[in-house]
Design a protein around this ligand. Sequence first.
Ligand SMILES: Nc1ncnc2c1ncn2[C@@H]1O[C@H](COP(=O)(O)OP(=O)(O)O)[C@@H](O)[C@H]1O
Ligand SMILES: CC(=O)OP(=O)(O)O
Ligand SMILES: [Mg+2]
Length: 404
Amino acid sequence: MIVLVINAGSSSLKFQLYQMKDESVLAKGRVERIGMESAIVTIEPTGKPEVREVREILEHTTAIRKVLDMIVHPEHGVLKSVSEIDAVGHRVVHGGESFSSSVLVTEEVKREIKRLFDLAPLHNPAHMLGIHAVEANMPEVPQAVVFDTAFHQTMPPVSYLYPIPMVLYKKHKIRRYGFHGTSHAYVSEQAAKFLGRPLEELKLVTCHIGNGASCTAVDGGKSIDTSMGMTPLEGLMMGTRSGDIDPAIVPFTMAKEDLTLSEVNSMLNKHSGLLAISNIGSDMREIAEAMEAGDRNAALAFEMYEYRLRKYIGSYAAAMNGLDAIVFTAGVGENSALLRAAVCRGLSFLGIEFDEEANARRSPDDRAITKPGSRVQVLVIPTNEELVIARDTYGLILNRNDVE
Ligand SMILES: Nc1ncnc2c1ncn2[C@@H]1O[C@H](COP(=O)(O)OP(=O)(O)O)[C@@H](O)[C@H]1O
Ligand SMILES: CC(=O)OP(=O)(O)O
Ligand SMILES: [Mg+2]
């Protein structure tokens, strides 16, 4: 079975094409700058050179059409015909309280994702465009949706409720949902495998540190708390998002700076975090380079980022009354030895015996960056959200065929 995995954003669309027989990636790629005159389409067919094209792509239906054309292109394509694609799986960021696992797309599922637009205005409308674009180009192909929030549906009320009037939860579902669940679930399972212990016995803190960042307390394989909340703005300091701040700052800033709601929203989501403090950028590589060169703002941004992450890890050890391992994953977590070192040095009281050398030299197969006897292990595990989406989609299709 061949599964196409799609992660549609408002102006971009990433994809991976899987042969499920051996879970191999046939091709992957992305369309960037959708809606602009010079959109960039990139495809990396496995075993062949990358192909790049710049052209006008004004909306998602055209973007998917272009991706499909490239997949079946006589030279750099990997399939003979689009009809070889058996199913499409989409990443959907917000599943609210309605979805605690992945589902096949139906009219009802689409209505529900639409109802959640309010809760994830930056993400869900774009995912819906992706679903419609696939319908327009491949009307016969079944689609599945895999939610970032699903894994966190096991959180108890004590961690998912906000201490604000209960009526707001009842009327508007204002509560904490958490995100990056696919990634937190995947690296938890991988960590248990690596440690050679049943997941049900482990207390883990998984740190998904990419552009967006969140950490999760995974107790016995279940998410019991996570740093993102009703939206992906709460929690850790991120590339351009503030993470936790005093909510009183919102009305105060609106009054003092004469800002509209949408302007404050944009300030907290797009102009805060590493970018705001460093005045350089949101990319950890740029911050590290500038620090190296002696830039004080970059150093302060890095210290705040690390300090806030370390406090969350400590609080989750307290939430679970114990800790067996910390897992680092995603762009920054997998690649920034500097960040991992700073976090681990500051958590030695937990019984972390950090292995500086393993951390610095880490090759793709290395996992542990603590010494063998360390009471708390620290692991680096590459995430693979696309593979989980492909597997879930495959499973749902097999199940459906069984039922029919
Ligand atoms: N070698 C590296 N060192 C430090 N940070 C890195 C490195 N490579 C990538 N990153 C960071 O990873 C981030 C992207 O992470 P990723 O998980 O791909 O994010 P997203 O899925 O949210 O786009 C970049 O913003 C960059 O800061
Ligand atoms: C939910 C979220 O923050 O996603 P991303 O990290 O892809 O922005
Ligand atoms: Mg990501």
